[in-house]
Design a binder for this molecule. Structure first.
Ligand code: ADP
Length: 872
């Protein structure tokens, strides 16, 4: 049924009930108060249905009651009293209707308000709890239900502290809810800080809460309302904001305290911010720099860089770190490493650029210095290395690696410092030297380094230094060592040389003494024999032939001594020369035997010569080979007591000729068998035992044999047990040659005209005498000028010319004679004490035909003259 109809229905029902009720009262009240019940119906109608139904009820009720209960009953009389009564009735009814309507409206309004409040409370985001004056919960909205975990029906009537339990966030102690205080103090309480709500399920959440007393219209307090909200999200937000704030502050302080220059610039290159680092690096203060163009720090020639930078930034790209040059306020150029990044707004547009510049000038310098040192070390010829505390090399320079035969640092890192030394040196270095370096900080020792590849040794001046950091912590050991192998070799050589020199000096002194001694012997004999000759005369018997023979022997002894001396000089100057040709060994031995024979016979030795069954041919210098065997035979004769036995035997062993000279004489101690071949080395080494030699014979023998490609060896069973010298020489098979053409027969020579020139008068006269005796005509001269005169005047066939002459020397005289027409064919022979090959060469160059050494060997002179075709 529609609401309105219902309202009218209820109004009519109330009217009917009022009429009925009057009718029932009628017996009691009669005609009085005919309308009395209608007022109730009007009041009910207005309350339930409002003013219009109530007015309907009032009118209908009047009409019904007037008709039914007013006298006259069942009729309508419109007289004055009735009109007044009607007016009073209408007034009263209107009043009732007006009051009723007003009340009805008030109630509707109150209901509406209450609904609004309820809906508001239910729909707001905050939680709301209301209590009565005793603090018991009277209402909970849905948010409060969800935050506290209490349902409205459970919570109602519960003490507020049971439903709304709060803790202090920090102390976690229960705290009083603001509602309690609001109730107690009747004031608004808001506590927004650090409160944790403990839910019914034990969950916790941070809340903001506040409370206010509820006052009725009269101001009486009827309870309190508690409003709170979950602030977890806000707290999170707050934390995030705080964190960002902190981060921003941190960044700002980093920027400020950074050593790097951090600069913000706009896209048109105007400086916008300038940190303390930038002030330090570039020298401008922030006030000076901000607002100015970035080109104040860019060198003019690098301005193009900035265009490139800006272009890159505008594309939103970072400019990768690069090194460049910038200029300070004071004009000084600095090296900087620069990184530039775009700064974007929230929409992602590039709005500015941040530039970080680091001053790397010092690093650059340090790098350059480091580079310099590295180059120095790498190119040093010293061995430079560093080893760590485990004695493993961590650096070895190029020279070092080469010296010890390591290919590279990888190879070096695999070895231990110990392995650089030879096993026999390791203990000395590792157990003594290194500990002393560790204690003193440095040390130096000469030691050999081992080459890992070849195993060779190099002597090193090994200098080691302890490397420590600032705090004295030992980091390792370094070495800068020099290769002193060569120096040591030179030192050893010098030492050896000094020793040799003093030994040689000693031997030379001994030699001079020996020489004097050896010269005296033949001189003494000669002087005796000369005396004998002097005493011969018409009345004196002729000198005994032994005396003359003895003179010859002594003379040849003297000559041999002088020859030995010359050979000595040739050996020491390495100027021995061979005049090689085909040699018959047998003839050489015979010649040697002949030269030794005088001594052998004077000592009454028995000499046995055992030749080889067939002749042996050699290639060599026959005179020198004869000298070799002559020396050996002479030695055997000298060092064997008179009446001894000497044997010289020639054999052929394959391609070698072996000549053995053996005696049963003094013998040689085994330890001297080698040293006797050294110069001035004589077994006894004392003058008393010297047997007429200078100690160079065997040296000469060995050298000559070696020059012939052979060897010589001494053997002896010991002192007093005889000696044996074995000479081996390579055999030279002669090529079968056509038999030599017979030499042209020399014309028998007639008497010669000979000019003898010598500043030594005795020498000149005696030779002239000798030549006269042998049928020649002689002249003499004693200086160069005289010689030239005599040659020009006498025109001799031959000039025997001494070289060392006063006024003009022999070479000069020779040259001048050769310049003369008559001198071209003259036979000029140098007669001199100088017999070296060099002297022979010079005399040949000066124009001499021959060169003889004094004292002249007469047969040799005659042979030479013959060979030159000078007729006798
Ligand atoms: P020297 O002029 O002293 O003979 P040599 O060089 O010929 O010099 O000989 C060196 C030394 O060797 C001699 O002094 C001698 O002590 C020893 N010696 C050489 N030949 C013989 C030998 N046949 N018997 C013993 N000793 C010899």
């Amino acid at each position: 049924m529609p609401h309105r109809a219902r309202r009218y229905l209820i109004a009519i029902a109330a009217l009917a009930a009022a009429v009925l009720f009057r009718w029932l009262l009628d017996p009691v009240i009669g005609d009085s108060l005919p309308m009395v019940t209608v007022f109730g119906a009007v009041a009910a109608a207005v309350w339930v249905g409002g003013a219009v139904p109530a007015a309907v009820v009032a009118i209908l009720g009047y009409l019904a009651c007037y008709y039914l209960f007013m006298t006259p009953r069942y009729a309508f009389v419109f007289d004055l009293p009735n009109m007044v009564g009607l007016a009073a009735y209408l007034f009263t009814s209107s009043l009732i209707i007006a009051i009723g309507e007003a009340m009805r409206r008030a109630q509707a309004r109150a209901r509406e308000r209450s609904d609004l409040l309820r809906i508001t409370l239910a729909s707001i985001g905050d939680a709301v709890i209301t209590t009565d004056n005793a603090g018991h919960v009277t209402y909970l909205n849905a948010v409060a239900e969800s935050l506290t975990g209490w349902k409205q029906e459970d919570a109602k009537g519960q003490p507020l502290d049971t439903v709304f339990r709060v803790l202090d966030e920090q102390t976690r102690k229960p705290i009083e809810s603001p509602a309690t205080r609001a109730l107690r103090e009747g004031t608004v309480v808001s506590l927004a800080n650090h409160t944790l709500l403990l839910g019914r399920d034990g969950g916790e959440r941070p809340v903001d809460d506040s409370a206010a007393p509820i006052r009725e219209e009269g101001g009486r307090m009827s309870g309190c309302v508690l409003i709170f909200r979950d602030v977890s999200e806000r707290r999170g937000l707050e934390k995030a904001v705080a964190a960002r704030f902190l981060e921003a502050r941190l960044l700002a302080s980093i920027v400020e305290s950074s050593d790097d220059a951090i600069v913000r610039k706009s896209l048109d290159s105007v400086i916008q911010s300038w940190n303390a680092g930038a002030e330090r690096v570039f020298g401008y203060t922030a006030e000076e720099a901000v607002g100015r163009h970035i080109s104040i720090i860019i060198p003019p020639e690098r301005l193009a860089e900035e265009d490139h930078i800006i272009a890159t930034l505008k594309q939103g790209r970072r400019v990768e770190p690069f090194e460049t040059e910038r200029v300070r306020k004071d004009g000084r150029r600095i090296h900087v490493s620069v990184t530039i990044s775009p700064i974007k707004d929230e929409a992602g547009n590039v709005v500015a650029a941040s530039k970080i510049a680091r001053d790397v000038t010092k690093q650059r310098q340090a790098e350059a210095e480091r580079e310099m040192f590295a180059t120095l070390i790498e190119n040093s010829t010293d061995f430079i290395a560093i080893a760590d505390l485990d004695a493993v090399p961590i650096f070895v320079n190029r020279a070092g690696l080469k010296l010890v035969g390591l290919d590279d640092m990888d190879a070096a890192r695999k070895v231990h410092v110990r392995d650089f030394f030879f096993p026999e040196d390791q203990a000395r270095i590792l157990d003594e030297f290194f500990p002393s370096v560790a204690a003193k900080g440095h040390g130096e020792v000469d030691v050999r380094f081992r080459n890992f590849k070849t195993g060779d040794a190099r002597w090193m001046a090994y200098k080691v230094l302890k490397l420590s950091d600032d705090k004295g912590q030992v980091l390792g050991f370094a070495t800068v060592s020099q290769d002193i192998t060569e120096r040591r070799r030179l030192e050893d050589g010098l030492r050896q040389l000094a020793a040799n020199l003093s030994e040689e000096g000693r031997r030379k002194n001994e030699f001079l003494a020996t020489l004097a001694h050896e010269l005296r012997n033949p001189l003494a004999a000669l002087s005796n024999m000369l005396e004998i000759l002097r005493r011969t005369g018409p009345r004196q018997p002729a000198p005994p032939p032994q005396a003359v023979d003895g003179m010859g022997r002594q003379l040849s002894q003297l000559v041999r001594l002088v020859d030995d001396l010359l050979d000595l000089s040739r050996i020491t100057h390495n100027r021995l020369e061979l005049r090689k040709g085909p040699v018959a060994l047998g003839a050489v031995i015979d010649q040697a035997v002949e030269s030794a024979r005088p001594l052998v016979e004077s000592m009454r030795h028995e000499l046995r010569v055992v030749p080889s069954p067939e002749p042996i041919a050699l290639e060599g210098d026959s005179a020198r080979l004869a000298q070799v065997f002559g020396n050996l035979l002479n030695n055997s004769a000298k060092y064997t007591s008179p009446g001894g036995k000497i044997e010289v035997k020639t054999e052929r062993h394959g391609k070698e000729a072996v000549v053995t000279v053996k005696d049963n004489g003094a013998g040689i101690p085994p330890h001297r068998l080698d040293s006797i071949f050294e110069m001035f080395n004589q077994v006894q080494g004392s003058l008393e035992r010297s047997q007429g030699g200078l100690g160079i014979g065997l040296t000469l023998v060995r050298r000559l044999v070696q020059m012939h490609g052979g060897s010589v060896q001494a053997e002896s069973a010991g002192e007093g047990k005889g000696s044996e010298f074995v000479v081996r020489l390579p055999i030279h098979e002669p090529r079968p040659a056509a038999s030599p053409a017979p030499a042209p027969a020399r014309q028998p020579s007639a008497g010669r005209r000979i000019l003898v020139v010598d500043d030594n008068h005795d020498s000149a006269e005696s030779l002239a005498m000798l030549l006269n005796i042998t049928g020649n005509q002689t002249f003499t001269a004693h200086d160069g000028a005289d010689a030239l005169d005599a040659a020009a005047k006498q025109r001799p066939d031959v000039v025997l010319l001494d070289i060392g002459l006063p006024t003009l020397n022999g070479y000069e005289v020779c040259r001048r004679i050769r310049e003369e027409p008559w001198g071209k064919e003259m036979v000029l022979i140098a007669l001199t004490g100088w017999g070296q090959d060099e002297d022979r060469r010079r005399s040949h160059e000066a124009g001499f035909d021959g060169h003889l050494v004094k004292p002249v060997n007469y047969p040799a002179l005659i042979a030479l003259l013959d060979s030159l075709g000078v007729a006798k």
